[in-house]
Design a protein around this ligand. Sequence first.
Ligand code: MG
Length: 207
Amino acid sequence: MKIICIARNYSDHAAELSNIAAGSDEPVFFMKPDTALLRNNDPFYIPRFSNEVHYECELVVRINRVGRAIEERFAHRYYDEVGLGIDFTARDLQRRAAEAGLPWEAAKAFDRSAALSPEFVPLAELGGDVQRLHFELLVDGEVRQRGDTSQMLSSVDRIISHVSKFITLKMGDLIYTGTPAGVAAVHPGEVLVARLEGRTLLDFDVR
Ligand code: MG
């Protein structure tokens, strides 16, 4: 199982990070190892190597069959359920790496940096259109991020088509599809709740 993450997929978030990643017409992706998974609403422990770990709430698509070089028009056949995740990012390390023109791996792929909802919801239960979904992240009960998947710069099908040109997708692979605006640092004691179409899928605390 691999975790593929898309960078800068909502223009309002891309604008708030304009100093970190240059723009591109193609989806920009990076990966996290399976050791990055944070499951079952377990608490997130802020790692010692960063003073600025940000939450990034994202729609997560789970791949349900093997595919490579998938044409965009067939990409919808490769997933049928979605969940939510948090792409935790050591923003201070990422900024330093970006300024030096180096990869972001340490800032993005560290242990437990990929919170994943215990439950995935069949797309059919949500109306069937992955580009018509709303999600939100609350920190201590206050809405900090609102996502509307119709606002993605690259659609889920375009992402799958693009990534599968380079990397074979397998059953169980996860695609974190990018975050909307509103990212900020987490602090010990905060409670993160993420909802997809009104359903609470993530609910855990920061320590
Ligand atoms: Mg992200």
